[in-house]
Design a protein around this ligand. Structure first.
Ligand code: SF4
Length: 245
């Protein structure tokens, strides 16, 4: 007997065109509902509950809206929430790939098994993983939830070995993560091809402090970029409901 395929992920928002979700590419950003973290600085708290009573956007209308714009788009960025929570993620990635567009995945790295599964499809071109602190009890405070530190480490290792494009996003919440701890985070990412260090909240820490800490990453990573604003490319400006033509 053939089992039923897992349900496709619930879609809560679509940003039809973004110039920042994947640097150098024009992307549509699809936001999935549900996250296992409750980061104090979350830019998309409406996406955190597993279920949204107001309903989700039909997948057909999302694919259709992307299809209409495919001539102007390079890619689709699948963000959350946390996309790897959804069993149907691989099937959704395949549907997007049938539109002829590249796929970038955003993840908090808490489910390396699911991350590995979707990478093994060969259909994902890029992954952006957020790392919020050193791998000690601070991490749970930074994400507002229980977290398997070994899972975060496994996801980092997985992406460092993966030949595709990767980016580690490091939002810094200075009330939780101290200066020396942030340097330890950058050391943990040794071997990364691209790290983006950003303030978790507007203006804190200031750009000079970010640049100073970012410079310490120089010996370890290929590129460490300092962003001036928090979460600017995680779909925070995306429409939360409905798909306009
Ligand atoms: S992982 Fe992302 S979506 Fe989830 S709570 Fe943190 S910032 Fe929000």
């Amino acid at each position: 007997m053939v089992g039923r395929p897992p349900p496709l992920p619930p879609i809560r928002g679509l940003e039809p065109v973004s110039l920042t979700a994947w640097e150098g590419r024009v992307s549509a950003v699809v936001q999935l509902q549900g996250c296992n973290f409750k980061c104090p600085d979350c830019a998309v708290p409406h996406l955190v509950p597993q279920i949204f009573e107001g309903g989700t956007i039909p997948i057909e209308s999302v694919l259709e809206a992307i299809h209409r714009r495919r001539r102007w788009l390079d890619a689709v960025v699948i963000a959350g929430g946390e996309p790897t929570l959804h069993e149907g993620l691989c099937d959704f990635v395949k549907l997007v790939r049938e539109l002829g567009l590249r796929v970038r995945l955003h993840t908090n790295g808490s489910h390396p098994e699911a991350l590995r599964e979707v990478l093994e499809t060969g259909e994902v071109a890029s992954v952006a993983m957020t790392v919020r602190g050193p791998l000690d009890p601070t991490y749970a405070v930074a994400v507002g939830a229980r977290v398997r530190l070994a899972a975060i480490y496994e996801s980092v290792e997985l992406l460092l070995r993966w030949p595709g494009d990767h980016e580690f996003r490091v939002p810094w919440l200075p009330q939780v993560v101290e200066h020396a701890q942030m340097i330890a985070v950058l050391r943990m990412l040794a071997g990364a091809r691209r790290v983006v260090l950003e303030p978790a909240q507007d203006g804190t820490p200031g750009i000079r402090v970010l640049q100073q800490v970012g410079r310490t990453a120089g010996p370890y990573v290929d590129s460490c970029v300092v962003a001036g604003r928090p979460g600017q490319d995680f779909g925070g400006r995306a429409r939360s409901r409905g798909v306009r033509s």
